[in-house]
Design a protein. Sequence first.
Length: 157
Amino acid sequence: ALLDLEQFCRDLIDEMQFNAGSNYQLIFQHQGNCEQICLDKKLLRHILVNLLSNAIKYSPEGGKIYLTISCQEEEVTIQIKDSGIGIPLENQKHLFEPFQRAMNVGTIPGTGLGLTMVKKCLDLHGGEITINSEPGIGTTATVRFVGSVLNRCKIDR
Ligand code: ATP
Ligand code: MG
């Protein structure tokens, strides 16, 4: 079904901000018309909750986390950007394998399954993810959906 991605993200940011408390600042930005996008609510929620939770968890207190959506006719991108601990280069290629955690996580808790689930949800939905990260600078996760995926709702009645 068609989803108001803009409202969905606003609500999710409000919810996650409430849970994170005043130690973190979640900021929502949008470009283009994101009001009628062919995305599945449940899968999208799972994807974004995992990515936003990582952004919060791996950021120091006071950290800012940006959720930016950009909607064009044939392409929707969703970006989650933090200024947290980052991911060492040698650990970056294994992030989507279960139980893999980077060597710089220290005592930050985690199972190493979040990104594996995100990847599976995107496979189900039809969508891609790339993660760019620099240790000590931060991490940006970019989720992308293209035409063929976004046009499937047009066959809905
Ligand atoms: P969980 O299963 O609870 O999500 P997790 O957060 O450790 O545990 P993933 O979400 O799969 O597992 O992430 C895998 C690893 O990638 C993390 O352990 C961490 O090393 C690294 N990572 C993921 N997101 C970030 C981020 N935003 N900043 C820094 N490191 C990250
Ligand atoms: Mg995680």
